[in-house]
Design a protein around this ligand. Structure first.
Ligand code: ADP
Length: 423
């Protein structure tokens, strides 16, 4: 393993889009975030970099820079230059590793992978399954490897946590060849978040994750549910793509699969147009015109009937999944709310938990309205199922997982890529 595994104290986390790079730097010893930032408009006339940097007094200061950045490589060169000038990272050797968010790991990756050429090829091979996401993720890895050649890089996959689903949960009832030859199956996403909040919930409850049955509800702009039995994910609501499952900001979630054919035949829409409608113009936005839950709730409270319907449909769908996954798990110990909506909307939590007493799920409205941002329990005293609100932190989880897999491979003295499943 590179020497830096011995010496770096900082961990970088990268989430790369086609024209943007989101990044964080954590101090692995102190367990704190030092900086988080976003570079946008890469390839445009003028790139924009915004970051908030931890100060000595514990507050964060905002910094903004502009510069033309032709490509992701130039963006990394620019980020590193600013970090040197601002004494955030003065030498590359201060980095222990860089963790990259990669959306789709298919069936190849059940855990994070230390990146080498073989892993790059494997992620490239999965592009047909995630044509919108894996290419920019790869672009970011390639550019970061060029700019930080001596620093170990790790891919952390959104799908990995869900690779434990049994076939009865992950297969679709379509001809078997579609799975055998084209890998058409449920993969699930948001895995890093579901795992992070499940572990945090177990910590909060003071019990081993391996003993707990949980339903984790990641309710943000994108939204998904996971059923976790004794720490192992056994079902999840997103599918081959993140379009399936819950109602989201602009995505439809579950749908009669014949609806696209109907739209194509009866309305003469193109396949691309239908895809756009279901991904970008549906969900809360499609139902009431607004994809931001705060706005939906405000309008619903002021008598907007479409907004009320959007709110009701959103909560109803979550509730249906709780019922289904309670049946899947048999015994339920905890329901965990997370994501921008799950963490902040007491109205959604209240509507979702209404009339679930039969399943052991209750809500204490006083506790529900006094959640402060720390992990909190909001069920009625003595209720059999604990209902928790837990803040997600996907970036920290990527940093922790990247570090852990590197330390594991250092201990084993492995070849760089012990994580690639044998195919
Ligand atoms: P993403 O999936 O983009 O990471 P987030 O997890 O940040 O999204 O969640 C964004 C959603 O959280 C938006 O719909 C936003 O309206 C909602 N949200 C944030 N704060 C509140 C709040 N106080 N009440 C209701 N919804 C909220």
């Amino acid at each position: 393993m590179p020497e830096s595994a011995e010496r770096g104290t900082k961990v970088g986390v990268i989430n790369c889009g086609s024209s943007s790079i989101k990044y964080e730097v954590f101090d692995r010893k102190k367990g704190i975030k030092l900086v988080s930032g976003l570079v946008e408009r890469i390839g445009g006339a003028e790139g924009l970099m915004k970051q908030s940097v931890l100060q000595a007094d514990g507050t964060f200061s905002e910094q903004v820079y502009t510069k033309r950045l032709a490509n992701h490589r130039q963006a990394f060169v620019f980020i590193a230059k600013i970090h040197r000038e601002k004494r955030i990272i003065q030498e590359d050797a201060e980095l222990f590793c860089i963790g990259h968010r990669v959306v789709h790991g298919g069936e190849l990756f059940r855990e994070p992978a230390v990146i080498d050429d073989e892993v790059m090829d494997a992620i490239r091979g999965l592009i047909p399954l995630a044509p919108l996401h894996n290419p920019p993720n790869l672009l970011g890895i390639e550019a970061a490897r060029m700019r930080f050649p001596g620093i170990p890089q790790v891919a952390v996959f959104d799908t990995a946590f869900h690779q434990t689903l049994p076939p009865a949960a992950y297969r679709y009832a379509v001809p078997a060849e579609l799975y055998d030859e084209h890998q058409i199956r449920r993969y699930g996403f948001h895995g890093t978040s579901h795992f992070h909040v499940a572990r945090e919930a177990a910590l909060h409850l003071g019990r081993p994750l391996e003993e707990l049955n949980m339903i984790t509800l990641h309710l943000g702009n994108g939204a998904s549910v996971a059923a976790i039995r004794e720490g192992v994910c056994v079902d999840t609501s997103m599918g081959l793509t993140p379009l399936e499952g819950l109602i989201m900001g602009t995505r439809c979630g579950d749908l009669d699969p014949a609806i696209p054919f109907h739209l194509i035949r009866q309305l003469s829409l193109s396949v691309d147009r239908v895809e756009e409608i279901l991904n970008k113009e549906s969900g809360l936005k499609g139902i009431c015109g607004f994809n931001d839950m705060r706005e939906v709730q405000q309008r619903a409270e002021h008598g907007d009937e479409r907004a009320r319907l959007a709110f009701d449909m959103f909560c109803y769908r979550v509730k249906k999944y709780i019922g289904a996954y309670t049946a899947v798990l048999g015994r339920l110990d905890a329901v965990v709310f997370t994501g921008g909506i799950g963490e902040n909307s007491e109205g959604v939590r209240s509507a979702v938990c209404t009339d679930l007493r039969q399943l052991g799920i209750t809500l204490d409205e006083r506790r529900n309205s006094s959640v402060t941002g720390k992990s909190a329990e909001i069920q009625e005293a003595g209720a059999p199922v604990r209902v928790l609100v837990v803040r997600t932190n996907e970036e920290l989880e990527i940093a922790l997982q990247a570090e852990a897999i590197l330390e594991k491979s250092v201990r084993r003295g492995d070849a760089p890529c012990p994580c690639l499943a044998q195919t």
